[in-house]
Write a protein that binds this ligand. Structure first.
Ligand code: HEC
Length: 132
């Protein structure tokens, strides 16, 4: 192996490690934000709950796009595009990128609840999705 190959291997190894720990990294940041207990039951309730306080005052839920059975694929409420299952057990690509998790929490909470989700809400939901 030449030097470049070794460096590439080390890089791949490290990025693999960090991607496997994205969920832990998220939980650490939620804890820093004051979350002391994480309840996946509460996360499931939020997931299925209908919210009306969004920008267009219709009824919206996470299930509108992702479905209630998160081991199955969802369908985007507006575009009809297929969304791969959210449950980590059937979709190992889920929750492997901190940036992606943060971006979509921001975007989807805004669309669904009309506001950002709190650290507690995100922790509960992520725990639920990651445990299924
Ligand atoms: C209008 C449709 C829509 C709604 C409603 C919606 N999502 Fe999503 N969500 C998406 C799309 C599209 C993606 C990105 C595509 C993908 O990851 O398959 C995504 C991705 C995500 C991700 C990133 C997953 C990962 O692999 O890192 C999280 C977390 C998420 N959504 C949470 C939520 C939560 C929580 C709600 C309810 C508050 C919600 N979503 C409601 C469309 C939606």
């Amino acid at each position: 192996m030449n030097k470049k190959t070794v460096v590439t291997c080390i890089y791949l190894f490290i990025s693999q490690m960090t991607s496997a720990n994205s969920v832990d990294e998220m939980f650490n940041s939620y804890q820093k934000a004051g979350v002391s207990t994480i309840k996946s039951n509460a996360g499931k309730n939020l997931w299925d709950k209908s919210f009306t306080a969004n920008t267009s005052n219709d009824t919206r839920s996470c299930t509108n796009c992702h479905g209630s059975d998160i081991t199955k694929a969802g369908e985007h409420a507006r575009t009809g595009k297929r969304i791969e299952p959210m449950a980590a057990s059937v979709n190992p690509k889920r929750f492997t990128d901190v940036k992606k998790i943060k971006e979509w929490f921001f975007r989807n909470c805004k669309w669904t609840l009309g506001r950002e989700c709190s650290a507690q809400e995100q922790a509960d939901i992520l725990s639920y999705l990651n445990s299924q």
